[in-house]
Design a protein around this ligand. Structure first.
Ligand code: IVH
Length: 821
């Protein structure tokens, strides 16, 4: 695979580390130049090449001594590097949920209606507008004047590109109008037209500079310039389509705000339409798609948004994207090429990830030479559920394949052209040993489905260097421990030197061995290069020694700063499968610290369900509610279904109160699995005896955690080496409670219970709103409850509230309080 290019901060880069990386980069560039110009056979994409060049330039700007020393001499007159200042977004910049198929649009509309409990007969309007393929930018206007422009960054913190944005003629310095809110953060997309992109690349070529792969990269490269004069020379454009912090808040409709934007002098896309239903949305999507080639700028789909802003607010967000919007993407672009080889990379969790090495081909303007093959099953044409993939066609070395590229994601191999398969080709022999450590690699049987996992994994755990290095890289990454200085390259150096084998080792590093490892690596690399015939680099200047010592000290100091970390980041950094950032946050809401969480996981492990319950839980058409009621009340036999005991259908009136009502398909699903009514009843009894206990359900029933993540946590901590590694780390690092949500509301940390019939919102909406405001929603009232919201028909919970003296309010009053929060 193309080796990743470090994007580490330069702060902790010592002159020696810089020299090592510089040598490596210039060798890679020289090789790429040779392949491109002499062999006419590039092996990396233009974008990868650009990235190599840019990294080289950044390093040379910081360490001017290095300029001209490597195999490729690159930078003439690179500007001194001042990193962009960081800007924290007052309202996070989120992403959008994606859809490709028309049906998904109808599902989106239905989902929105269901959430709002919006009657079928009542109108619900959506805007539909082009999804611009550029980079998003937040423009903060105070009293109508542009004060800051920031890139998206990681969504929470972006880069301050104010000086550059001021050179973009599409972006007004002052908003014209007497109705501009005093604080008004306009968000939109910076992009380049096709014509301007072509002109920029022509200039690059004439100047012997690397070309940009596409207009988006060129726009990003132009905006993120250290010298605003370069930005000025690039005719960037802007469309406004959203907003962040606005005080006082906008009211009315999405299309109303866009009209106000336009009246203030902001460019707004004129292909925005108001649509009454999914059919109208898809129709507008089709018309935009038909115009796509003639627009003169890149778009990659259409964005739909609920028009009414009050409804947008009610809908809120799921994880990182709004419930009220959807990006309907255009079908990805495809091309044919040949699989020249299949490589296996070992991931952080030991997964053996096959990668197709392709004969380079242009897909939608970008040269592609690698494509993911996902996992063993995908190569063989068999899914995890045993279902065929591509009608069962496998992928072999030598095959002609269809590659697809959508947006930024790694290209995929979609299909095989069997007609073009070489006569002597053989099915790809997927390794059963880990290529990194030779341990056995296995496909585990999933206890829920009884089928082998789609992914083959190395069993080497901690002894596997690939896993160790990948885990450590994840550990130090920005959203984990954020030890940027160690970055991607140096983790490998320290791992190979045996200095850092597990996370705790990072906290036990000493100055001398660290320095020795870095120097040894540098010398080994130079020797290697000389053996390959490269000229010896200029002798490193000895007087740099002091600088280097200082930089290593900085590196060690950055480690000291991470001896306390919020629990959610600590958890995410561990790289436990299925524990991403949002699950880590959900866990951190439930537990004050790591020790408590580990105790909770241990209790959950003891309280796990047995195999009969697991099998019962994955029956088609039987959701968790029906499942639990069946386990509580038993199988509701129908008249005619023999009951071993009574020999007769039961009389409905004689049923216990909690008789479960099953639909015909649900009943059919049970009978299909077990055989007959008697077997169903017996199966339910067995499953009931193996129900998971409370400690397990504390995790699994939490909608934000769920059973998959719970099982993964249990599996992780059941491995003694993982448990030991975490304990070793806890001897060095303390976890603290997760940082409080950005806005402290009157509901933060409060426990709320909803009971009775809610008339103006659905249960899910009520819960989502409460959680957005920082409250926890519980199903039962206790002394710990802070507030009960009761609608008509509320019963025992109301009594419990009285008993514990908990405040009770109506739905009306709740909505009023929410509006104030
Ligand atoms: S609305 C809360 N509208 O697409 C999200 N985004 O995939 C607000 N984008 O990061 C975004 N055109 O950079 C919106 N008309 C449009 C857009 C658009 C392009 C980008 C934007 C966002 C990304 C999400």
């Amino acid at each position: 695979m193309a080796r990743p290019i470090s994007d580490d901060s330069l702060d902790a880069l010592t002159p020696d580390l810089a020299r090592v990386e510089h040598e490596d980069l210039s060798a890679r560039i020289a090789e790429a130049d040779r392949l491109y110009h002499q062999e006419d056979a590039p092996e990396i994409t233009d974008a990868e090449y650009d990235a190599l060049r840019r990294r080289l330039e950044t390093i040379e700007a910081r360490f001017p001594d290095l300029a001209g020393t490597g195999a490729a001499s690159a930078s003439v007159g690179a500007k001194p590097s001042e990193k962009f200042a960081k800007v924290r977004h007052p309202v996070p910049m989120l992403s959008l949920g994606n859809a490709f198929a028309d049906e998904e649009v109808a599902e989106f509309v239905a989902r929105v209606r269901r959430f709002l409990n919006w009657p079928e007969a009542e109108a619900l309007a959506f805007t539909a507008e082009p999804k611009i393929d550029g980079l998003s930018l937040a423009l903060r206007y105070e009293d109508g004047r542009l004060v800051t422009a920031a890139t998206r960054g990681d969504g929470e913190v972006g880069e301050d590109v104010t000086a550059n944005a001021r050179t973009v003629s599409d972006i007004p310095q002052v908003l014209a109008g007497d109705d501009v809110p005093p604080i008004c953060e306009v968000r939109g997309e910076v992009y380049l037209s096709h014509a301007d992109f072509a002109a920029i690349n022509a200039r690059q070529e004439a100047a012997g500079k690397p070309l940009f792969a596409n207009p988006r990269n060129a726009a990003a490269g132009s905006l993120r310039q250290l010298d605003p004069e370069i930005t000025r020379s690039r005719p960037l454009k802007f469309f406004a389509y959203a907003w962040g912090e606005v005080v006082p808040a906008f009211e009315g409709t999405q299309h109303g705000v866009l009209a106000r934007f336009a009246s203030w002098g902001l460019p707004v896309n004129d292909r925005t339409r108001l649509c009454a239903d999914a059919a109208a949305m898809v129709a507008h999507y089709r018309s935009i798609e038909a115009e796509r080639a003639d627009l003169g700028y890149d778009i990659d789909g259409v964005v739909y948004k609920v028009d009414d802003l009050a409804l947008q607010r009610r809908l809120g967000f799921v994880s990182r994207s709004p419930r009220w919007a959807l990006a309907h993407k255009f079908a990805a672009q495809k091309a044919l090429t040949v699989v020249e080889d299949i490589e296996i990379n070992v991931g952080r969790t030991g997964s053996l990830n096959p990668l197709a090495k392709l004969r380079p081909v242009t897909v939608g303007g970008v040269v592609v030479s690698n494509a993911t093959l996902h996992n063993e099953g995908y190569v063989q044409g068999v899914g995890a559920d045993g279902e065929p993939i591509r009608d069962g066609r496998d992928i072999r070395i030598g095959d002609t394949v269809v590659v697809q590229r959508a947006g930024d994601v790694i290209p995929k191999v979609m299909d095989v052209v069997l007609d073009k398969r070489p006569a002597d080709s053989k099915p790809f022999a997927f390794p059963t040993e880990c290529p990194a450590c030779n341990s056995r690699a296995v496909r585990e049987i999933n206890p829920r489905t009884g089928k082998p996992d789609a992914v083959r994994r190395c069993t080497g755990g901690l002894i596997c260097p690939a896993q160790g290095v990948e885990r450590l890289k994840h550990f130090v990454s920005r959203n984990g421990f954020d030890l940027e200085g160690f970055g991607q390259t140096y983790i490998e150096v320290l791992f190979e030197a045996g200095l850092v084998r597990q996370p705790a080792d990072l906290f036990r590093l000493d100055f001398e061995p660290l320095k020795a490892a870095i120097v040894a690596r540098r010398e080994a690399l130079s020797a290697e290069r000389r053996a390959e015939g490269a000229p010896a680099p200029k002798k490193p200047a000895k007087k740099k020694g002091d600088d280097e010592d200082k930089a290593i000290k900085n590196l060690l100091a950055s480690v000291e700063e991470r001896r306390t970390l919020p629990l959610n980041r600590f958890l995410f950094a561990l790289g436990i499968p299925d524990i991403g950032e949002s699950t880590a946050k959900a866990l951190a809401k439930r537990f004050p610290d790591m020790a408590a969480l580990m105790e909770g996981v241990d209790a959950a492990r003891r309280d796990q369900a047995g195999p009969d319950w697991l099998a019962f839980s994955s029956l088609p058409r039987i959701g968790p509610t029906t499942r639990d009621r069946l386990l509580e009340f038993g199988y509701p036999r129908e008249a005619g279904e023999a009951d071993a005991g009574e020999g007769e259908g039961e009389d409905a009136e004689a049923q216990p109160q909690g008789r479960v009502r099953l639909s015909a398909p649900q009943r059919a699903s049970l009978l299909a699995h077990f055989g007959d009514a008697e077997a169903v009843a017996a199966g339910i009894a067995r499953a009931a005896a193996e129900r998971p206990g409370d400690a397990y359900r504390h995790f699994a029933d939490d909608g934000e955690i769920g059973p998959v993540a719970t099982d993964s946590l249990i599996a992780f901590f059941s491995e003694p080496h993982n448990d030991a590694a975490v304990r070793a780390l806890l001897a060095e690092v303390r976890t603290e409670p997760m940082a409080a949500p950005a806005r402290a509301t009157a509901f933060a940390g409060k426990t709320v219970v909803f009971t009775g019939t809610l008339e103006r919102m659905t249960r899910s909406e009520a819960k989502a709103t409460a959680e957005r405001l920082g409250a926890k929603v519980s199903g039962s009232v206790s002394a710990k409850t802070d507030l009960v919201v009761a609608g008509p028909g509320a019963g025992s919970k109301l009594k419990d509230a009285e008993k514990h003296g908990v405040e009770v309010i109506s739905e009306e009053a709740w909505l009023a309080r929410v509006a104030d929060a």
